[in-house]
Design a binder for this molecule. Structure first.
Ligand SMILES: *Cc1c(COP(=O)(O)O)cnc(C)c1O
Length: 413
């Protein structure tokens, strides 16, 4: 069940009218459903329950501390990719022992921050990083719990900008370099190798890609155990896709059976790092139509949200579904939905059918919980878009709008 449905002719988040939020907070504005966040978390856990996994929310998908807190209250840990995200996860109340630190470019300072916070695990992406972690840990007199992120060399069926599991991408340790990395974990001081990590990409809809990666991972565990390594943990990454406009996703239970069938019997503690799955469909971006422009060849609905507020269409060729906030069943005339920013790429999509929508009306851009507000900028002299959380029949602002006047206070003449 979606969190966003019409009630009494108005699109609501749970039972709060989006029009009421728009009136109070203004547009554009992100709205998240706490109820949906919790449901998504439960839906992820349920078919994997037999593994009692550690579920580390990939904070980069939507790093608002109120969103992290909502998932933390469900029991989630965090997967962070910078010291800034680590700070956010801790501030939101996630226990350090449930935090995993991933990413190819961790600096010495970031590694030190993670070690001092006593987090669950650092995922190591290169031999260079392995040496640095060892040095930093040694100097702090701490033993670093690590997992090696391996590059399983599988082609992930997704947008090329978010495929991360192929040889030739910057991610993970290539299989040819794994023997060197494994022996370094023994010879370098202050490292405690716990296991392996894979993350082959984001928004995957073909679970066979996961089967390939996890099968290779299981083979690696068996092989390296034979060589005398005590491997007790596997981190299976994130990447499960969701349904956007016109796309379908196989049931999540199928993903769970891939997991159980490949790595379920190794006796390893299993961790996951879902991002999009937990937050993607729990958010919408509400916007108002500024102009209904009938061009010579095309009709444009120009809205007050732009690519700076939601960059996914411009960056990943994404198409989000769009719904009128006021329900209308009359026949619609197709329109391209575009933003105000001075770039042709500032376009949400072509030929939307939005009945009853014209100048002044509100629309909701759906599935805007993941990689949406997280990637918002102030490009084109625009305010930083606010965020609202709906919970238990009411809503609250969880990030206020940051005006241009305020932004200029960050600057000096
Ligand atoms: C981005 C990322 C994730 C989350 O990916 P989703 O597709 O949002 O589930 C998980 N792990 C790592 C290492 C990532 O970089």
């Amino acid at each position: 069940m979606t969190a966003f449905t019409y009630r009494g002719g108005t699109l609501c988040a749970d039972n709060v009218a989006l029009s009421a939020i728009a009136e109070q907070v203004g547009t554009p504005c992100y709205v998240y459903s706490a109820k949906r966040l919790r449901e998504n978390y439960q839906n992820f856990c349920a078919p994997l329950a037999s593994l009692s996994p550690l579920i580390c929310y990939a904070v980069k998908a939507c790093p608002n501390i109120a969103v992290i807190r909502t998932l933390a209250e469900c029991g989630a840990g965090a997967d962070v990719t910078s010291a800034g995200e680590l700070e956010r996860a801790l501030a939101a109340g996630i226990k350090p022992e449930k935090i995993i630190f991933s990413g190819v470019g961790k600096t010495r300072d970031e590694i030190a921050a993670a070690l001092k916070a006593n987090i669950h695990q650092i995922n190591v992406e290169s031999i260079s990083e392995l040496r640095v972690i060892s040095e930093v840990a040694h100097s702090l007199n701490i033993t670093a719990p690590i997992a090696l992120r391996v590059n399983p060399d599988v082609v992930a069926n997704t947008h090329h900008k978010i495929a991360t599991g192929e040889m030739g991408t910057k991610f993970g340790i290539d299989s040819t370099q794994l023997p060197e990395a494994m022996s370094l974990t023994r010879s370098l001081p202050a490292l405690d190798l716990k296991g392996f990590h894979v993350h082959i990409g984001s928004h995957l809809f073909d679970y066979e890609n996961f089967r390939d990666a996890y099968t290779k991972l299981a083979d690696m565990v068996r092989y390296w155990r034979e060589q005398g390594f005590d491997l007790t943990r596997l981190d299976l990454g994130g990447g499960v896709g969701i349904t956007y406009d016109g796309q379908t996703q196989a049931p999540f239970a199928d993903y769970a059976s891939v997991v159980l069938g490949t790595v379920g019997n190794l006796g390893c503690a299993i961790a996951f790092e879902p991002g999009r799955f937990l937050v993607g469909d729990a958010g919408v971006l509400i916007a108002r139509v500024v102009h209904d422009k009938q061009g010579e060849q095309k009709r444009f609905l120009i809205i007050d949200a732009g690519m700076n507020d939601l960059v996914r269409p411009a960056m990943y060729d994404a198409r989000h579904s769009i719904m009128p906030v006021k329900e209308n069943t009359t026949e619609a005339k197709a329109a391209d939905v575009v933003g105000p920013v001075c770039e042709t790429s500032d376009m949400f999509g072509e030929d939307y059918l939005l009945s009853g929508v014209g100048s002044g009306d509100l629309v909701a851009i759906m599935q805007a919980g993941a990689y949406a507000a997280a990637m918002a900028s102030t490009y084109n002299g625009r305010a930083l878009v606010p965020e609202v959380l709906v919970d238990g029949g009411s809503f609250r602002i969880i990030r206020r709008r940051i005006s241009v006047k305020e932004q200029m206070e960050w600057e000096t003449l």
